[in-house]
Design a protein around this ligand. Structure first.
Ligand code: GLV
Ligand code: MG
Length: 346
């Protein structure tokens, strides 16, 4: 363990100081773009206005013979667009792949000043974060960058889940984590063939006592992992995210998976298809009725202490804090989304 002073020192001479307070930004959806496809890159200017984060994907789903084109395509799309308050991220290839090193060596010098976050797949432990942390510091120093690039880990191996707290604590460069249900299912030996979502056979059967036609109640396969990730992230001031939902033909199930994650503390999810952008916007922007009720709580308890009754429900310091989470998020959403700002009355 590093001493607290050393924890916040730049890891290379000339690298920018690590953030002590992480930047506040709205990240309801991390929208994946395959940057080797010209038609997809051409859509980036429209996407910037419509999503919170644009991510150039270099890892899984990019064929091996397109890896170099994807990296070049990402550099081109980063150079050619002004992202404004929309985040620019890339998902690089994993550490043991033949492409990771060049992903970093080419992207940081070329467009590092525009890059907010590097998403690192298949993180197994804090050693993976330490390596990328050091490499980024060296590259930032060489490129003369003024602002550190953050790291977002994908939680998608059994070992990563086991080490989730150490990963969260590894560096002030940590931005957050996403659940990667597809790789995690494979790593754990789960008997599924899906990218996220539930499974009809993962259910609890109603008691046999006398009931005719016993009902089965489907359970959430990801509950345990999301809970573990949320606790690790929030304990270290990081942001937790649900990752991909692969069944584009089932928007209801996607919405339900996103909503469970939102209610449990996640701040966003990946959008792999344009249809999922609006689902994420709907789910990860707080519900207007909840915002109105939360504002009532804050107004009724101006200093956040004591107890009051509102609409028959007891409120105290703890519900005041919950209300503040919701109203703070609504304010953040309102800073980008003027339509919702009007609905919230903020
Ligand atoms: C995402 O990368 C996943 O494996 O689910
Ligand atoms: Mg994966």
């Amino acid at each position: 363990m590093k001493t607290p002073g050393a924890f916040y020192k730049p890891l290379a001479i000339g690298a920018p100081d690590p953030f002590r307070e992480r930047p506040v930004s709205l990240e309801r959806m991390i929208h994946f773009v395959p940057p080797h496809i010209d038609k997809m890159r051409a859509k980036v200017p429209d996407l910037i206005a419509n999503v919170d984060v644009v991510l150039g994907n270099l890892e899984d789903a990019i064929p091996a013979d397109a890896k170099t084109d994807a990296r070049r395509g990402f550099i081109e799309m980063a150079r050619e667009n002004d992202f404004g308050s929309t985040g620019l991220w890339t998902r690089v290839n994993c550490l043991n792949s033949p492409w990771f090193l060049d992903d970093l060596l080419e992207i940081v010098p070329a467009v590092g000043s525009k890059l907010d976050v590097v998403m690192l797949p298949k993180v197994e432990g804090d050693w993976d974060i330490h390596y990328l942390d050091q490499l980024l510091a060296q590259l930032e120093a060489r490129a003369g960058l003024a602002r550190p690039i953050m790291i977002h880990a994908i939680l998608e191996t059994a070992e990563g889940v086991k080490n989730v707290e150490q990963i969260a604590a590894a560096s002030p460069r940590m931005h957050g984590m996403s659940l990667g249900p597809a790789d995690l299912a494979a790593s754990r030996g789960m008997k599924t063939t899906r990218v996220g979502g539930g499974h009809p056979d993962y259910a609890v059967l109603e008691d046999a006592s006398g009931a005719e036609g016993r009902r089965a109640f489907q359970q959430d396969l990801w509950h345990y992992t999301i809970a573990k990730m949320v606790d690790a992230c929030l304990a270290y001031g990081l942001k937790p995210f649900y990752g991909p939902f692969g069944d584009f033909s089932d928007p209801e199930a996607c919405e339900s998976q996103f909503r469970n994650a939102f209610l449990m503390g996640c701040l966003g999810a990946w959008s792999l298809h344009p249809k999922q952008i609006d689902i994420a916007k709907k789910v990860f922007s707080p519900d207007p009725d909840e915002v109105a009720f939360a504002r009532k709580i804050l107004e009724a308890m101006p200093d956040g202490t004591g107890a009051v009754m509102i609409d028959g429900k007891m409120q105290d310091d703890a519900t005041w804090k919950q209300a503040k989470v919701i109203v703070d998020l609504a304010r953040l959403v309102s800073s980008k989304d003027k339509e919702l700002a009007a609905v919230y009355g903020l």
